[in-house]
Design a binder for this molecule. Structure first.
Ligand code: NAP
Length: 212
């Protein structure tokens, strides 16, 4: 049976995605970092597994044919964690996905990751980590969707997004809309790799991913 390994399932997007996916009837395995998180996730009727991107997590892939990566070291840790989690953790997850013949890998990246030097100086190393992880995924044998959201907000999801930056428009997108985009991307096996910028907008999420 098809199962989606969700890496970063205890995160803000991860939690929203797992619940949406469960409601949509997808089978999810949530990768979390400790037993307390595991108990909370399982109380919501979701399957979970404990693992650490800085250590052992390959057992989490058993029986999973699709992967969502929405983990991140966050703004309160240093550059060392950006390297170890956002970059090397992602690269190891992609390599394991290749080895296991995963059928679709959805990566939550960041808007403008392709241009790290355009970011504020304090963000450049993070953008480099995101860019290199995205490149490793695109060059892999795993069918890939790379989602590049703008500044994340906690607003209620509108269910509508845009996929290009427009002059005079904001750079924000709600985490709930990103979770909805992950779900829609997963619904359709990719015919080719896609990299999709994401901002709140006017286009129904389903339409964005119906296009291929
Ligand atoms: N903030 C923004 O404006 C912005 C914009 C674009 C893209 N993004 C990206 O969007 C993604 C998700 O955002 P979010 O708001 O959902 O982030 P979040 O709430 O910080 O969630 C990140 C998750 O990654 C997990 N994680 C961290 N280190 C780990 C490790 N070593 N092993 C396993 N899991 C680990 C965390 O676990 P714990 O729960 O145990 O801490 C957490 O659940 C991130 O990749 C972020 O870089 C953010």
């Amino acid at each position: 049976m098809s199962k989606v390994l969700t890496i970063g399932a205890n995160g803000q997007i991860g939690r929203l995605f797992c619940l949406k996916a469960k409601d949509a009837g997808l089978s999810i395995r949530a990768l979390v970092r400790n037993d307390e998180q595991r108990a909370r996730i399982e109380s919501q009727g979701l399957e979970s597994v404990v693992g650490d991107l800085e250590g052992d997590f390959f057992h989490a892939f058993d029986g999973c044919d699709r992967v969502v990566f929405t983990a991140g070291s966050g703004g309160s840790t240093g550059g060392d964690k950006t390297l170890l989690v956002d970059l090397y953790g992602a690269i190891r997850a992609i390599a394991e996905s290749e080895a296991r013949g995963v059928e679709h890998f959805v990566m939550v990246s960041a808007l403008r990751a392709e241009r790290p030097l355009d970011a504020p100086p304090a963000m450049r190393h993070y953008m480099v980590a995101k860019l290199l992880a995205d490149q490793r995924l695109i060059e892999s044998s795993v069918p890939a969707t790379v989602l590049r959201p703008g500044r994340l907000t906690d607003e209620v999801g509108s269910g509508r997004v845009r996929t290009s930056v427009a002059a005079g428009e904001g750079f924000g997108i709600s985490r709930e809309n990103v979770a909805g985009c992950i779900l829609e991307a997963l619904r359709r096996p990719p015919t080719e790799n896609r990299v999709v910028d994401l901002l709140d907008g006017d286009t129904p999420i389903a339409d964005v991913f119906a296009a291929g």
